[in-house]
Design a protein. Structure first.
Length: 174
């Protein structure tokens, strides 16, 4: 059983919208959903310098970028917001959830930081996970998740089909 759905096939902002919509659909069915999605008003990822993540259970938003000053070309990703959210997600997993949605496996996760501990906690608890995988770190993703993961198109219908397989195998009610 592939317990992790790795969404791909669309720009990041569209994938995050798909993750959010699917998480809300599951919550409306009464399922316990833990995790975060990326929030941005940007549609051009190359120019976006202000990102946050939103906790799906509480609605709380955490900034994950920092201001580096005018003209800076360095990565402005701030891991402190991810670390804070990661702790909340791990607590939710320990408390019992039906599914975990993690915004993405990106460069911090590839370096075993960011949300990596939340991925591990869900995997160890055998809880299904939905995430996105940044194309530049696809090789690291394959080494990290291996046979536990399958790629899914960036559509709610594709996630629904994957979830139905999970639900049936675990006897989770709708």
């Amino acid at each position: 059983m592939k317990r992790i759905a790795a969404v791909r096939g669309a720009p990041s902002f569209l994938i995050q919208g798909t993750l959010f919509a699917f998480a809300r659909q599951l919550q409306n069915q009464g399922l316990r959903v833990a995790g975060v999605v990326e929030v941005s008003s940007c549609t051009d990822e190359e120019r976006c310098k202000s990102l946050s993540i939103q906790d799906l259970a509480s609605g709380e938003t955490y900034p994950i970028t920092q201001k580096l000053g005018a003209g800076s070309e360095a990565c402005n990703l701030d891991p402190s917001g991810l670390a804070l959210a990661c702790g909340f997600i791990e607590d939710a997993i320990q408390g019992g959830v039906d599914i975990v949605v993690l915004s993405k496996f990106g460069k911090l996760e590839a370096a075993r930081g960011g949300l990596c501990d939340a991925f591990r906690a869900a995997m160890m608890a055998d809880i299904p996970v939905i995430t996105a995988v940044s194309p530049p770190v696809a090789g690291e993703w394959n080494r990290f998740a291996g046979d536990l993961s399958q790629f899914v198109d960036a559509h709610v219908k594709a996630l629904t089909a994957w979830w139905e397989t999970q639900r049936q195998s675990e006897g989770i009610s709708q």
